[in-house]
Design a protein around this ligand. Structure first.
Ligand SMILES: NC(=O)c1ccc[n+]([C@@H]2O[C@H](COP(=O)([O-])OP(=O)(O)OC[C@H]3O[C@@H](n4cnc5c(N)ncnc54)[C@H](O)[C@@H]3O)[C@@H](O)[C@H]2O)c1
Length: 383
């Protein structure tokens, strides 16, 4: 019976993702449940050190969480003898520098996606981690969402027959920040700060498609900056230099075609903020963040195109809900637990920095495809 205490330097915990999903919903939640149970009476106890630029925000966060350790110096945090893991949820542009420092200090690294703003840098970070003999990880939270886990279960169970196509719809309206406060940070709309929806979302679609349907073999994208000017956190107008919508077509290994629209300039008429429809010869499914519905070939209606008569069928009602049949914990926490097991027990872990680089690669190729008006192959990445 043993408790393995593991110090984690957590950088970017004052930000949206770092604060809520990683600190509160993952690391604090693991502590609240008494640690990560490894079975046989063994467990892992995470000991976070909060790292950031703003002393007063860190002090407030420490008070909110009851944590006693925080610092504005990453170097100091990495020098703490019990720190074995560096976690990074900084704005994307800042990641390279900090991850390099952590790897040089011999720490295992876990970070948000995209791991870098270009493929060469993302690969370089993966190589550095390998050469230093440290473990690495990238957040691929969508794979752990209940809706997508149910979709994966359907794929694994052979529900679809031959998968023909995937239609993904992601997005919502992000206010411009003039008459209503924006619901995303302004750096997202500035290319020079690592913003842009292609970089942000194609990094997700790469692992969602590869992990659930099949790896992406080609990409063709059109991107747009629909809203050219926004107002920042202080109400000052700024020019949007990054794309706020990306319309991608992806050919998958095995021949299925995926089309995914990603937009911060779209209003939601969907059940969830992201939804994927998968059509196969034997059946179809619609999966979102939480829910998944199916229609089997045997229950597929036979609509006849006739614009002269009103729709006689309630198409939405013809789908069945896939039951949970499982308990789904917060996806970020589930992935954190797997990473901690990987660090302490060397359990299998496919979500390393090379996997992160594949996401960056798809985003980079998507942007290049849009710029040059061409369809591009996605070469296999290796270290
Ligand atoms: N996995 C997901 O679903 C998901 C969702 C949103 C964002 N993200 C990723 O998480 C990261 C953070 O995004 P966010 O939405 O939380 O952003 P945010 O702006 O809310 O937070 C960014 C954090 O970085 C810090 N920061 C900003 N500029 C800095 C600088 N120059 N030097 C040092 N620190 C700096 C901020 O203080 C803050 O702690 C991004 O890489 C983003 O792509 C992932």
């Amino acid at each position: 019976m043993s408790v393995t205490k593991i110090g984690i330097a957590m950088n970017g915990v004052t930000g949206r993702m770092g604060h809520r999903q990683h600190l509160l919903r993952s690391i604090m939640a693991i502590r609240e449940q008494g640690g990560l149970d490894l079975g046989g009476g063994d467990s892992i106890w995470p000991e976070p050190i909060l790292v950031g630029r703003n002393e007063s925000k860190l002090r407030a966060l420490a008070a909110e969480t009851g944590l006693s350790r925080w610092t504005t110096s990453l170097t100091e945090a990495l020098a703490e003898p019990d720190v074995r893991v560096y976690f990074d949820a900084l704005v994307t542009n800042e990641r390279e520098k900090t991850v390099r420092e952590a790897i040089a200090a011999g720490k295992h690294v876990y970070c948000e996606k995209p791991t870098a703003t270009d493929t060469a840098t993302a690969l370089e970070l993966a190589r550095l981690a390998r050469d230093a003999g440290v473990k690495s990880g990238v957040v691929q939270d969508k794979l752990f969402l209940p809706g997508l886990r149910k979709l994966k279960r359907l794929v694994d169970g052979g529900f679809f027959g031959r998968i023909l196509s995937v239609r993904g719809e992601f997005g919502y309206w992000v206010f411009e920040g003039d008459w209503q406060v924006a619901n995303r940070p302004s750096w997202n709309y500035r290319a020079e700060d690592g913003g842009g929806i292609t970089l942000d979302m194609f990094a997700h679609w790469q692992y969602v498609l590869a992990g659930i349907i099949a790896p992406v073999r080609t990409v063709q994208a059109t991107v747009a900056t629909h809203i050219p000017e926004r107002n920042d956190e202080r109400g000052r107008p700024y020019q949007c230099t990054a794309d706020d919508a990306a319309y991608g077509v992806f050919e998958l290994d095995g021949g299925a075609i995926a089309q995914i629209n990603s937009s911060w300039a779209v209003r939601v008429y969907r059940d969830e903020l992201v939804e994927f429809q998968v059509d196969g010869t034997e059946g179809s499914a619609i999966a979102g963040l939480r829910n998944c519905r199916v229609q089997h070939r045997a229950t597929t209606p036979k609509p006849v195109w006739n614009p002269d008569v009103p729709a006689t069928e309630d198409f939405r009602a013809q789908w069945q809900t896939v039951p949970d049949n499982d308990e789904f914990d917060n996806g970020f926490k589930v992935q954190w637990e797997a990473f901690l097991r990987h660090v302490v027990r060397d359990e299998p872990w496919p979500y390393d920095l090379l996997a992160g680089a594949r996401g960056v690669q798809l985003a980079e190729l998507g942007l290049r495809s849009a710029r040059d008006g061409v369809r591009l192959e996605v070469p296999e990445l290796t270290l």
